[in-house]
Design a protein around this ligand. Structure first.
Ligand code: 13P
Length: 251
């Protein structure tokens, strides 16, 4: 199987630079397998200091948590994908439910962001996932399909090499409630089938699909053990170095 196992942290709007450097150094220095890709999604302010302080040999890769859909212009306070690519940040997280909700990012805007990010040479961790009412109505798979159809189905198989999908059910984010391993597997398998239909076998087999939503050291092994779960996008538990290292080692 060619797809990567990925333990990704999403620090969200947490840590000062010095706290972030301490956290990343503790994660970098811990013993862990070389097979797993570790990605830290950090605030923009932390990217440069972390690049200076974290040894390249630690194999930790950084992700930005957002970018604008244009390369430059009169958009006060925004960060463009060109700026991130020029800093050699390999990944950007797009489509997180918090940005969809609090910043009103819809599928159409996310499609533009995705295009701009890929055109700038960034790899994208693209998030999808349903709210509780949709889960309860039993429409969760068709809802996620509509999110992916609007944003990634039009990409080429070549471009899909630069996409990681993160399935993050909104009802499990920051709530302490986790999707059961069976619920995660059901959705991940459904997403992989969508990829198979849309792009063919190679893309379906090679695209990493991460689960996000209250992943902890105590549940990571069981969730990551599902055949179509290739790792996690971890919020709260990624802010504790010892716990996140256990998650990295849960594969
Ligand atoms: P928690 O792990 O805190 O539930 O957050 C998940 C998440 O949103 C990762 O992007």
């Amino acid at each position: 199987m060619a797809r990567k196992q990925i333990a990704a942290g999403n620090w969200k709007m947490n840590t000062t630079i010095s706290e972030g450097v301490e956290l990343a150094q503790a994660i970098a220095s811990a013993q862990r397998s070389d097979q797993t890709l570790t990605i830290l999604g950090v605030p923009f302010t932390h990217i440069y200091p972390l690049q200076k302080k974290i040894k390249a040999s630690s194999k930790i890769l950084l992700a930005a948590q957002n970018c604008h859909h244009l390369k430059s212009g009169a958009y006060t306070g925004e960060i463009s994908p060109t700026m991130l690519a020029a800093m050699k940040v390999p990944y950007v997280i797009l489509g997180h439910s918090e940005r969809r909700e609090y910043n009103h990012e819809d599928n159409a805007l996310l499609s533009l962001k995705l295009r701009a990010a890929l055109d700038s040479g960034l790899k994208v961790i693209f998030c999808c996932g349903e709210a509780l009412d949709i889960r309860k109505s039993g429409e969760h798979i068709s809802y996620v399909k509509s999110q992916l159809a609007a944003s990634i189905f039009h990409l080429s198989a070549q471009e899909m090499k630069n996409i990681v999908i993160a399935y993050e059910p909104i009802w499990a984010i920051g709530t302490g409630e986790t999707a059961s391993p069976a619920q995660a597997q059901e959705m991940h398998e459904a997403i992989r089938k969508m990829l198979l239909k849309q792009f063919g076998k190679r893309v379906a087999e090679n695209t990493s699909i991460l689960y996000g939503g209250s992943v902890k050291a105590s549940n990571a092994k069981e969730i990551f053990g599902q055949p179509d779960v290739d790792g996690g996008l971890v919020g709260g538990a990624s802010l504790n170095a010892a716990e996140f290292v256990q998650i990295i080692n849960a594969f």
